[in-house]
Ligand binder design. Sequence first.
Ligand SMILES: *[C@@H]1O[C@H](CO)[C@@H](O)[C@H](O)[C@H]1NC(C)=O
Ligand SMILES: *[C@@H]1O[C@H](CO)[C@@H](O)[C@H](O)[C@H]1NC(C)=O
Ligand SMILES: *[C@@H]1O[C@H](CO)[C@@H](O)[C@H](O)[C@H]1NC(C)=O
Ligand SMILES: *[C@@H]1O[C@H](CO)[C@@H](O)[C@H](O)[C@H]1NC(C)=O
Ligand SMILES: *[C@@H]1O[C@H](CO)[C@@H](O)[C@H](O)[C@H]1NC(C)=O
Ligand SMILES: *[C@@H]1O[C@H](CO)[C@@H](O)[C@H](O)[C@H]1NC(C)=O
Ligand SMILES: *[C@@H]1O[C@H](CO)[C@@H](O)[C@H](O)[C@H]1NC(C)=O
Ligand SMILES: *[C@@H]1O[C@H](CO)[C@@H](O)[C@H](O)[C@H]1NC(C)=O
Ligand SMILES: *[C@@H]1O[C@H](CO)[C@@H](O)[C@H](O)[C@H]1NC(C)=O
Length: 699
Amino acid sequence: MVNILFFCILLTITILFVKNTTSIHCVFDRRCLCYIKADLQYVNCSYTNLTSVPSLPSTVNVLNLKYNRIILLSNGSFKNLKHLLELDLSWNKLKRLELGSFTGLSNLQKLKLEHNNLSLKWKSFPLGVFGPLKSLRHLNAKYNDRDGFLACTNVITNLKQLEKLEIDVDESPDCPNIDKGFSNLTNLKSFRTGYCDFTYLSSYTFENMKYLQFIDISRCSISEVHDGSFQDQKQLKVLNISHINFDIYDISTIVENFRSTPIQKLIMTRTLRDTVSLAWDDFFNCLKQSGIKELQMGGNSFVYVIVKYPLPPTLEIFDLSYNNLNKFQFEMPNLMQLKLQNNGLGKFLASNRYSKQSSKRLEYVDLSFNVIHKLHFTIFHDHPKLKTINLSYNILTDISFDFSTLRSLEMLNLSHNKILAFSEESRNAISNIAKSSSLKIDLSKNNLQCGCNTFPFIQWMLENRYIFIGIDTYRCNWMNNSVITIFPLRPIVLQLEKECTSYTVLIACITSGIALSCVVLVGGLAYRYRWRLRYVYHMTRSKYKRYRPILDEGHYTYDAFISYSDEEQEFLLKDIIPNLEQKEILKLCIHQRDFLPGEDITQNITNAIHESKKTVCIITRSFLDSYYCMFEFNMARMESIYSRGGQNILFLVFLEQIRPSELPLVMLELVQKQSYIEYPNDEQGNVVFWDKIKETLIT
Ligand SMILES: *[C@@H]1O[C@H](CO)[C@@H](O)[C@H](O)[C@H]1NC(C)=O
Ligand SMILES: *[C@@H]1O[C@H](CO)[C@@H](O)[C@H](O)[C@H]1NC(C)=O
Ligand SMILES: *[C@@H]1O[C@H](CO)[C@@H](O)[C@H](O)[C@H]1NC(C)=O
Ligand SMILES: *[C@@H]1O[C@H](CO)[C@@H](O)[C@H](O)[C@H]1NC(C)=O
Ligand SMILES: *[C@@H]1O[C@H](CO)[C@@H](O)[C@H](O)[C@H]1NC(C)=O
Ligand SMILES: *[C@@H]1O[C@H](CO)[C@@H](O)[C@H](O)[C@H]1NC(C)=O
Ligand SMILES: *[C@@H]1O[C@H](CO)[C@@H](O)[C@H](O)[C@H]1NC(C)=O
Ligand SMILES: *[C@@H]1O[C@H](CO)[C@@H](O)[C@H](O)[C@H]1NC(C)=O
Ligand SMILES: *[C@@H]1O[C@H](CO)[C@@H](O)[C@H](O)[C@H]1NC(C)=O
């Protein structure tokens, strides 16, 4: 009857197991949870304040008894659980295992006894207690006993299948090394310590565990490292020496012995107590011979890592995060992942590259948390395989580096920077890459601007919005300094378009206004100083064109240059030449006669004025109307101002009566200075007239 009832319960459980894969309360003990996963029956009785092992159906495969209050495992506790594969008894109060505790667990593969109170003191492990565990592959009994009892007895040395072992170690005089019995565990590949105290590390430490591939002695207290440590670990692939208070010599000693091991991965996170620069070529040389693939050296205090030699050619992953690096440069021919986050490389990388030459296999670079404000333009050149760049948590305001060569880029993480917008080159580069790869960019938590000057960027963002990860969380500064969410983008683009066209028109108006006033101003100035400019022009020209001896004061080729309009030719021939040249032997410059043929007329005029002591203008109405006459008058004026130190060289002869209002202002000025004479046109007056002129020309 009881049997039938039990059978029915079992059947119900089975049905429940099969029907429902999510956890449900177990029928046999409602404190526990039951479920089936991958054809295995799981029972989870953790956190239930159990003080002894509950009775369970024999079909259970995985039993979780974590975080209970079991003190004693009594004889036959798991007697009927012949299908049990995994048993977790960690975080209980276990003090003692009776000899028959594990009877029946002939298929058990994994046993966890971590964080209990099993120790030599309580005689917790009777010899042979693990005997029934014929299939056990993984035993975790660490964090039980500071005296490291299990390491120096042969309690577990008959677990021939054991592959993974986690126990406490204490190398005291009673127990100098890990017990000889462990040399019989030929399948043991992985060893990890819990409570751990090695007085010293030497070639004897693991002499009974020659087959280990994985050693984790992190958090051990180690006083000394002797030569030869690890040198006989001919299978060693992974060594974890994190969280140990080593100095640089301890590390050197260990690494030196790697020459003779096939180590692939060294984990030394927070291992060194001192601030050091990693400039020891030896370190990398020793690793080179071992074929190392991964180096995790984060959380130390490396400040400076620049080495002449390339990184070991086998190295694929290099982690130097959480150091104090201010310089880092290597040749990294085969590196695939470079982790440099949380350092102080900002200043260095602004003008330097981290790779000396081509990094043809690099796929992943993490440069986050480095106070980077700018990156060297070519920093990512020769990175044909680069897929991921993390530049988050820096202080970039724009993309100053060239990434147009990164054809394989898939992820550019720029979150938590101070980026305002992308420049046009960056936008083009991104669009180009996105055509050939599935590029994604994280621009969250930046300083994006939604204004008229960034309008092309916002517009481009709308067109390429599928590139941006988490775009619905991005925020930007609107023109009135309020912060708005950028998504959806289209209304923002429309509004910007509206606001910025008027803005553009305004800008255009202001610009053309300024340009116009410049033109007016320059034009005005040029007009105001037109004569001066022309004079300077001609003087300069003649100086360069032909050599003229500099005339002493008072030594001029001509006594006077006569400026007249062609209508007064008769007056010239009949009066001036006879009266002045023939009677008084003055040398006159007359344009018809004395100008050099072939020379530019304006040039001739300037030369004539320059080479004559005085310039006499025969003023008539046609003089005032003639372009060249006025040119001569003005050039003479300029000559007197700029070449003769202000001395008046102009003399006006009025042949006709001209009202002052008809005269140009500058001419009136001369008239006021009495520098003129009117032609009397009568016999007597003429004599006085010619005398006056002669007097003027001679003095
Ligand atoms: C077991 O149950 C506990 C408490 O209900 C829960 O916290 C834990 O995640 C479960 N463990 C597994 C492996 O399901
Ligand atoms: C276990 O015991 C603690 C303390 O006595 C109590 O707070 C907790 O509720 C108990 N848990 C269960 C599942 O009974
Ligand atoms: C454990 O119990 C079995 C019977 O269930 C008995 O034969 C055996 O002697 C006991 N072993 C110990 C060490 O008490
Ligand atoms: C182990 O047992 C001793 C003695 O009963 C007790 O003082 C100690 O707190 C226990 N340790 C743990 C981790 O339960
Ligand atoms: C190792 O196993 C062999 C036989 O398999 C046995 O003779 C020897 O005593 C064992 N060594 C230790 C130290 O247990
Ligand atoms: C190395 O040891 C540290 C500290 O115990 C641990 O956090 C880390 O997970 C370990 N790494 C590996 C790969 O075992
Ligand atoms: C950097 O970004 C990459 C890709 O987005 C991410 O996988 C990685 O976890 C980030 N690194 C840090 C330190 O957050
Ligand atoms: C970018 O990096 C930050 C932190 O470094 C991380 O939290 C975030 O998830 C990353 N973004 C993506 C898309 O991986
Ligand atoms: C700024 O402009 C936005 C959009 O036009 C508007 O919603 C917001 O109220 C304005 N804020 C201030 C402080 O003027």
